[in-house]
Design a protein around this ligand. Structure first.
Ligand code: 2HG
Ligand code: ZN
Length: 485
């Protein structure tokens, strides 16, 4: 069945209906005003929207979803619009509405005994972290786009980020959830219990569903004690194998202290230093690869600085690292993290790039990097592999930047070849082709070969049961049904 966009009068009726429900402040129309909502952060996808809708409460959203259901209007949830896989961008038909929850942006409460925080979907991750810190706690989710990414999207994609090795992904941090289901019904799951084995864990189904099973409107997340001491260090290493040895050394000494362990290739770091204004490398000279590590403890009596100096001194002596700098102040710590966080932006400035957000067992990270580098260099001579990421939990962003001088479009035309080349190695190493960025509209074509058979069939049954009209974020995560999939 081909579905055409609504005719002009039908479109006017729908917009009048939206405006009745949300008021003029909640409805944005017109190609110019909706343009920024119809393109993704990477500028890979360009859609069109019937309207951008901004409900201010769960009740308004519930009414809106019922209305969309009655009128067969597909809905695309969008938070901070920071998806790396086009997960929040509408298609080109002009019949989808983008629904943003940015007006639902209250931090409702922080409970110091339960160590929980109740937050609405439109709160940015950074605002949530700041509120937790001001109350004396820590919300350990930390990702590069935290200034814009909103809680709804962070949970819908089960975001991971820099602290996963210690605190887990978003899923591990959520105790309770409220959501509007595809038929407009409200799932009232805002519970703050640590033990609650009552039926299926529906909240876990919604987390990571990328908006295909409903809208997350509010969450209760777990907080952690705020560290009393933090030490961040940037180390130069020869390769990922040396980085793995450093991880082993830190784990052997005191695994509880490690909070982040990030790998960066020399190529990626060169791009940051050369293309991002105001950053410089605080080490003697450039290296083939780097590790940014962070140690943290809530204990008042720990001398973390001395520990960091000892362990890195030993790593230098044993030849595991070739240089290191430990941040002397909060400002220097932020400076070290900037070198890491600017990788995505530096790669964007360096030209077209193909991203592979993959994970493998941590032991296999060096082999992944070595094999995928060789395979991609053979596939496209001059390609610039710039892998980096959350090595401590096995998640590497195996990103490849176009060869200098190659036309960006010619490079992007090879995207699937590159992704398939990397994916074959990841599969061989028992990994995943979608670690923390989701599947979105970039990767559904890979689902049958990675999640085929009973697993994909179960996903399709769940989707059909909850969203029989396929109105929630259509075209994302699940591939179209074709015989045999
Ligand atoms: C990060 O870890 C983000 O900085 C972005 O997940 C990764 O640009 C990327 O591929
Ligand atoms: Zn990442």
């Amino acid at each position: 069945m081909t579905v055409s966009p609504p005719t002009a009068p039908a479109r006017q009726d729908l917009i009048a209906g939206f405006t009745d429900m949300l008021g003029p402040v909640g409805v944005i129309t017109g190609e110019t005003d909706t343009a920024s909502y119809c393109t993704d952060w990477r500028n890979l996808y360009h859609g069109r929207a019937l309207a951008v809708l901004r409900p201010a409460s769960t009740e308004e959203l519930s009414r809106l979803v019922r209305f969309c259901n009655e009128h067969d209007v597909p809905m695309v949830p969008q938070g901070g619009n920071t998806s790396m896989v086009g997960g929040a961008t509408p298609d080109g038909s002009g019949r989808e509405v983008v629904i943003c929850l940015s007006r639902m942006n209250r931090i409702r409460n922080i409970d110091p005994h339960d160590l929980t925080m109740e937050i609405e979907a439109g709160v940015t991750l950074k605002a949530a972290q700041d509120a937790a810190r001001d109350a004396g706690f820590m919300l350990p989710l930390s990702i590069s786009s935290e200034g814009s990414a909103q809680i709804g999207g962070v949970l819908a994609t089960n975001a991971g980020g820099n602290n996963t090795l210690r605190y887990g992904n978003a899923r591990e941090l959520v105790l309770g959830l409220e959501a509007v289901m595809p038929d407009g019904g409200v799932f009232h799951g805002l519970r703050r219990l640590r033990k609650d084995n009552t039926g299926y864990a529906l909240r876990q189904l919604l987390i990571g569903s990328e908006g295909t099973l409903g809208f997350i409107t509010t969450a209760i997340v777990q907080l952690h004690p705020q560290p009393r001491a933090i030490e961040a260090a940037l180390c130069a290493v020869d390769d990922a194998q040396a980085a793995l040895k450093l991880l082993g050394l830190l784990r052997a000494r005191d695994p509880a202290l490690l909070q982040a362990f990030e790998f960066m290739s020399g190529t990626g770091m060169d791009m940051v230093i050369d293309l991002i204004p105001g950053v410089s490398l605080p080490l003697g000279e450039r290296a083939p690869a780097y590790v940014l590590l962070e140690l943290a403890t809530p204990r008042p009596d720990a001398d973390l600085r001395e520990y960091a100096e000892d362990v890195l001194g030993d790593a230098l002596e044993e030849g595991i690292i070739t240089d290191a700098v430990i941040a002397e102040s909060e400002g220097q710590r932020a400076g070290l993290w900037k070198l890491r966080e600017e990788h995505a932006e530096a790669q964007r400035r360096a030209g077209a790039s193909v991203k592979n957000d993959v994970s493998v067992p941590v032991t296999h990270v060096p082999e992944l990097i070595a094999r995928a580098t060789a395979a991609c260099e053979k596939l496209i001579p001059g390609i610039r592999p710039a892998p980096f990421g959350h090595m401590g939990d096995g998640n590497i962003h195996f990103n490849l930047v176009q060869p200098e001088g190659m036309a960006p479009d010619a490079f992007l035309a090879r995207s699937h070849d590159i992704m398939d080349t990397v994916a074959a190695i990841v599969k061989d190493l028992d990994g995943s082709f979608s670690a923390e960025h989701g599947v979105g509209q970039l990767k559904p074509y890979m689902m049958p070969s990675w999640r085929g058979g009973a697993e994909l069939a179960a996903m399709r049954h769940i989707k059909a049961a909850l969203d029989p009209k396929n109105l929630m974020n259509p075209g994302k995560v699940l591939p179209p049904v074709t015989p045999g999939t």
